[in-house]
Design a protein around this ligand. Structure first.
Ligand code: APR
Length: 253
């Protein structure tokens, strides 16, 4: 039997194993990162063609960078908004949304700011790092959703108080929104199964959530073409892309 068949056989055994373990469980969490959106055309951050290989996150995606040169940071986010605006969910996002229709207490905890889980039809979503298609005022409480393109000139100005607007995302050097973090902790502490999909788990505090889940007895299932520094604590590591693995893995439950 050639290697490929071996691989396929191994994979179908793992899938069957996983199905037997999780089919009667209820509380599922999908912790997702940039890898799940890669096949929708959105670059990851740390891969060979990752965004941080080309652009310096401390200049273009940090709170200090924003206050140093808001126009430059807005140029970077405008470029990313236009990229995201034209992208669609892929079978990885859709299979999670379909799964939520069966296991209704499923949650998506996503580090992604692209809004693709919502576009795919998921409802229970926590956007841990915000949403690039939303803006907020740096001074007053004004918030808005971006329709097509962010207006020039940059940086955009709040129509209420005339101060600078910012993307509603967590920039490097900023803490997560307290309420969002507490909800994510509570969900992770109380789940039966956590799928960790398309994330290098390089960035805290989100990379602690699988440990919270494991500490409370959850089954950890990692889906990623490459192993991560956390692969050894996973109950299952399924090597492959989200678009290839998730429809098969979730379709069987
Ligand atoms: N399917 C699943 N996973 C994939 C795929 C794919 N098709 N392609 C790549 N991956 C994996 C990579 O192997 C890597 O482990 O996706 C992961 C992407 O890792 P990162 O680029 O580090 O992205 P992420 O983990 O989401 O980064 C976390 O860092 O820069 C900040 O705020 C940013 O939310 C981001 C956070």
């Amino acid at each position: 039997m050639d290697n490929n068949n071996n691989n396929n056989n191994n994979k179908s055994n793992i899938f069957q194993n996983i199905k037997d373990k999780i089919i009667d469980l209820d509380k599922f969490v999908f912790l997702t990162g940039a890898g799940i959106s890669k096949e929708s055309g959105i670059p990851t951050f740390r891969g060979p063609e990752g965004l941080w290989r080309k652009y310096d996150p401390m200049t273009l995606a940090s709170i200090s960078g924003f206050y140093e040169d808001p126009k430059l940071v807005w140029e970077f986010y405008k470029y990313r908004q236009e990229l995201v605006y034209n992208c669609s969910p892929n079978p990885g996002h859709v299979s999670i949304a379909d799964f939520e229709k069966i296991k209704e207490s499923s949650y998506v905890l996503t580090q992604n700011i692209d809004g693709l889980h919502e576009k795919a039809g998921s409802n229970n979503i926590i956007e841990l790092h915000g949403n690039i298609l939303k803006v907020e005022c740096t001074v007053c409480k004004f918030k808005d959703k971006i329709k097509e393109k962010i207006e020039e000139p940059l940086p955009p100005i709040c129509k209420i108080c005339k101060n600078t607007l910012r993307p509603s995302v967590i920039l490097f050097g900023e803490p997560l929104n307290q309420e969002v973090w507490e909800k994510a902790e509570q969900i992770s502490n109380n789940c039966d199964v956590m799928f960790i999909v398309g994330t290098s788990l390089n960035v805290g505090p989100v990379n602690q959530l699988p440990l919270y889940a494991k500490r409370n007895g959850a089954i950890l299932i990692e889906v990623n073409p490459e192993p991560t520094v956390f692969t050894e604590i996973m109950d299952y590591y399924v090597q492959g892309s989200a678009t290839e693995v998730l429809p098969q893995l979730l379709g069987i439950v």
